[in-house]
Design a protein around this ligand. Structure first.
Ligand code: PGA
Length: 238
């Protein structure tokens, strides 16, 4: 059975109180449904302000989930007011989302900046979840990724790519599983056998159509992850 990665991207949603409730409801639902996370890596990406408390609550509840940051500084630690460095994130998370289309579009993140962020993540052994909407974005990061190839071999899940077509994000209109699978296959051709996820309007009703494709290793879920019970259903149906 292939390992699946199910990632919840909360974006700029939820307060500390909301986070406590989400984790509590998630835990209750998980126990009630007697679910198993076997061969599934569940990753939650809350805002920076929520990470520490989310980690604390999750370890109290003994939840088998991992955390991701939604962004990372392109610089190392130092005089960069307002930025959060890889070294700081590493204390709280194992993964970091890099190059999400909302950052490329709203915050002017170029491929160069994205590549610096990949470099920072890999320097501190955080696994980047690189979001791309087209193959050229993968090709532009290929050199950076290859320059870390020996380091990448030294830890598990060293790099993940999420294919997220722009039209599908938040629209309720996902790509077809067949298209997404072709993209996943092309991404693996460029970067080697790394996990490739699909993202864009994933719900509990359509998740299986993506995870059952041969080259897709999981999903990145935005809107549907805000409700813990819907997210549990996505995990269950994946
Ligand atoms: P969506 O967002 O599931 O709400 O379409 C996905 C994403 O932006 O990662």
């Amino acid at each position: 059975m292939k390992k699946l990665f199910i990632v919840a991207n909360w974006k700029s949603n939820k307060t500390i109180k909301d986070t406590e409730k989400w984790l509590h409801d998630f835990d209750e639902g998980f126990k009630r449904k007697q679910l198993s996370f076997e061969s599934k890596e569940i990753i939650i990406a809350p805002s920076f302000t929520l990470l520490e408390h989310a980690l604390y609550c999750s370890s109290n509840l003994k939840l088998h989930i991992k955390f991701a940051a939604q962004n990372i500084s392109s610089f190392d630690e130092g005089a960069y007011t307002g930025e959060v460095s890889a070294k700081q994130i590493k204390e709280l998370a194992d993964y970091v989302i890099v190059g999400h289309s909302e950052r490329r579009k709203n915050f002017g993140e170029s491929d160069d900046i994205v590549n610096q962020k990949i470099e920072q993540s890999l320097e501190y052994e955080l696994t980047p979840i690189l979001c791309v909407s087209k193959l050229e974005q993968v090709q532009s990061s290929k050199f950076k990724v290859q320059s870390y190839s020996s380091k990448l071999k030294s830890y598990d899940n060293s790099m993940i790519v999420a294919y997220e077509p722009l039209f599908a994000i938040g629209s309720g209109v996902p790509d077809t599983p067949e298209n997404a699978d072709i993209m996943a296959q092309s991404i693996k051709k460029e970067l080697g056998e790394i996990p490739v996820l699909y993202g864009g309007s994933v719900t509990s009703d359509n998740v299986k159509s993506f995870t059952s494709m041969p080259h897709i290793d999981g999903v990145l879920v935005g809107g549907a992850s805000l409700d813990p019970l819907e997210f549990l259903k996505i995990i269950q149906n994946a």
